[in-house]
Design a protein around this ligand. Structure first.
Ligand SMILES: Cc1cc2nc3c(=O)[nH]c(=O)nc-3n(C[C@H](O)[C@H](O)[C@H](O)COP(=O)(O)OP(=O)(O)OC[C@H]3O[C@@H](n4cnc5c(N)ncnc54)[C@H](O)[C@@H]3O)c2cc1C
Length: 564
């Protein structure tokens, strides 16, 4: 039977079995028959995508359960009132009334997830096992070395672990300069003090079961001798021999040759960057509160973000909420002196979204207090000002999100790179002209067989590329055919302030509270590990009732001309 049809039928059956849960909640308003139909359709659709490999079952269940949040918002908060002729109500009282339905949706989703996994196991083990040719045993395990512990590297290792199981055919090694994977979509929330920094990073050693994790910095790769040189955190360099190597080294900030910006701007790529920004912002308020000179005080509470892409817009929106909330604790800082300024070279922010949605996001951010300087470029920065293409702004804070480039180490490999410096691969993610080298994520330039375009540098793509790369590596080790990478992007989500987000998913556009709920539900489901999900939910819950934390968590080094 066609795989899609089989999955849809299994999904519909799971929905039918789990439908009593939904009948008790959604069914209260709609009656049992619509609730049953809804259960069957939702579960059928949920079953269509292939289950992600290599992830523990509780985590996958939590992921499916988290999707209950956007479904609840769509059905109970929006669709059911609309069908009854009433507008959706976003008040606290309405949310309280709809809370049992939220619990119902999450329980229903968890039940469907459990049933689907049981059905998947049953089918793949006993009814229609996937045919994977197993060649005669090799004399020695193939050494697969993955360089980079971000979305691309960690997902590749997870998929490889799942594909090879306990088989001795391969030895897996992952080299990373950090010992945890960072979930970048929530980085702005750390800088804006909504989330604890550690809660959006997940330790590599707990997530990976049979991969050797080497914490160190890759300093060179000899492609002829097939050796990776790693500078260990402590001590000497280590040489790692490989049979297959995967380049997943990500990207770095690119200051486009502006030395002043590189020296004085904050980066916004790592967890350390987010912590440094948060601490610096609090420090600026502390200093501004005791500052007698109004010019210096205004400079201290002027925060400039360069770059109006997702990272810049989310950071500006988050900092705006954070700093406006802080005014209550700093009585000597006048509200009208506070400014969060987004500088962007284009005519509108968020090029990744359609124009109406991006304009809506900009308007909502303006209403919340963010100031924009569009069609303007950052040209230079010093310790107390930024130079723009159309003037200067006095500030002690500038964050650079306006340019990135693939990891510079890649240029030194001697393989073909594109003009940004990303490793060119064929559609199977094999490095062009090579047989045992592979690349993916932000470090690679990969043609997408579904669109004919080059894959964009996003986590959404890196995770999908990793699944295909693992399949192709398995085929290489066992002697099967390689398949090209193909993926039709699902859409984009962006948070621009508290309770405010914009989303474009499969051509449908959402904004406001609904998009914000969807953002939280979807990204929560993507966050690795059940433990991290619980910690983030707790942080978000605390934020509902208490002001954001303004404790400085690091001792700031005395400034010598630099803001950092
Ligand atoms: C603030 C921000 C928000 C974002 N939001 C989204 C979003 O909402 N949705 C989305 O799809 N994408 C988002 N992205 C983009 C997304 O984070 C990247 O596309 C994704 O991380 C790429 O994965 P990667 O594994 O290729 O690179 P990375 O995740 O950057 O991983 C690279 C890894 O390599 C390690 N490394 C680098 N050099 C070395 C070395 N020499 N030796 C050893 N290890 C090394 C790094 O420490 C890192 O662990 C965002 C990015 C940022 C910065």
């Amino acid at each position: 039977m066609h795989r899609f049809l089989r999955r849809a039928l299994l999904g519909a059956l799971s929905g039918l079995l789990a439908s009593p849960i939904l009948s008790l909640t959604v069914g209260r308003d709609t009656g049992p028959v619509p609730a049953l139909l809804l259960a069957v359709v939702v579960a059928g659709a949920l079953a269509l995508p292939r289950r992600p490999a290599g992830r523990p079952r509780p985590e996958l269940l939590m992921e499916v359960a988290a999707l209950g949040v956007p479904l609840w918002a769509l059905v109970d908060v929006v669709a059911v009132p609309l069908l009854a002729g009433d507008p959706p109500r976003w008040t606290a009282a309405a949310m309280r009334d709809a809370f049992p339905a939220l619990a119902g949706w999450m329980l229903f989703q968890a039940a469907v997830g459990l049933l689907l996994h049981l059905a998947d196991d049953l089918v793949t083990r006993w009814i229609a096992p996937e045919f994977v040719p197993v060649p005669p045993p090799r004399p020695r395990a193939q050494r697969i070395v993955i360089l980079g512990g971000g979305f691309a590297g960690v997902s590749s290792a997870e998929h490889l672990e799942h594909r090879f199981g306990a088989s001795a055919e391969v030895e897996l090694t992952l080299v990373s300069e950090t010992n945890a994977m960072l979930f970048t979509p929530m980085l702005a929330e750390v800088a804006a003090s909504s989330l604890e920094a550690a809660h959006i990073t997940s330790p590599l050693r707990t997530g990976l079961k049979r991969t050797e994790v080497v914490r160190g910095r890759v300093v060179g790769v000899d492609l002829d001798r097939k050796i990776v040189s790693v500078q260990m955190a402590v001590g000497e360099q280590r040489q790692l021999a490989y049979d297959q190597v995967v380049f997943a080294l990500g990207a770095v900030s690119n200051y486009l040759g502006m030395a002043g910006v590189e020296r004085h701007a904050f980066d916004f790529k790592s967890i350390a960057d987010a912590i440094a920004i948060r601490n610096h912002v609090i420090d600026c308020f502390e200093r501004a509160d005791g500052e007698q000179d109004p010019v210096e005080r205004r400079r201290l509470v002027t925060f400039v973000v360069a770059g109006g892409g997702f990272a810049g817009a989310e950071l500006a929106g988050g900092l705006n909420d954070f700093t406006r909330g802080m005014l209550a604790f700093y009585p000597n800082v006048p509200r009208d002196e506070l400014q969060v300024l987004l500088v962007h070279g284009g005519e509108r922010i968020l090029n990744e979204l359609s124009e109406p949605l991006a304009l809506h996001a900009q308007q909502r951010m303006t209403e919340r207090g963010v100031t924009f300087r569009l069609k303007t470029r950052l040209k230079d920065a010093t310790a107390d000002r930024v130079v723009l293409s159309d003037g200067e702004v006095a500030t002690r804070t500038v964050v650079w999100t306006a340019g990135t480039a693939p990891n510079p180490l890649l240029r030194a490999l001697g393989v073909e790179v594109d003009k940004r410096g990303a490793v060119l691969t064929d559609a199977t993610m094999r490095v062009k002209g090579r047989t045992d080298e592979w690349a993916l994520g932000d470090a690679a330039s990969i043609p997408n067989a579904a669109t004919g375009k080059t894959c964009p540098p996003t986590a959404q793509f890196a995770i999908r590329e990793a699944a295909q790369l693992a399949r192709n590596l398995q085929a290489t080790v066992r002697g099967g055919a390689l398949r090209p990478f193909r993926f039709a992007p699902l859409g984009a989500l962006c948070v621009v302030g508290h309770h405010t987000a914009c989303a474009e998913i499969k051509g449908l556009r959402f904004s406001g509270l609904l998009a914000w709920v969807m953002w939280r539900g979807i990204y929560l489901s993507k966050l690795p590990s059940l433990e991290r999900k619980v910690r983030v939910v707790v942080d978000w819950t605390i934020e509902l009732f208490f002001p954001r934390d303004i404790v400085q968590t690091i001792e700031l080094a005395p400034r010598t001309g630099s803001n950092r």
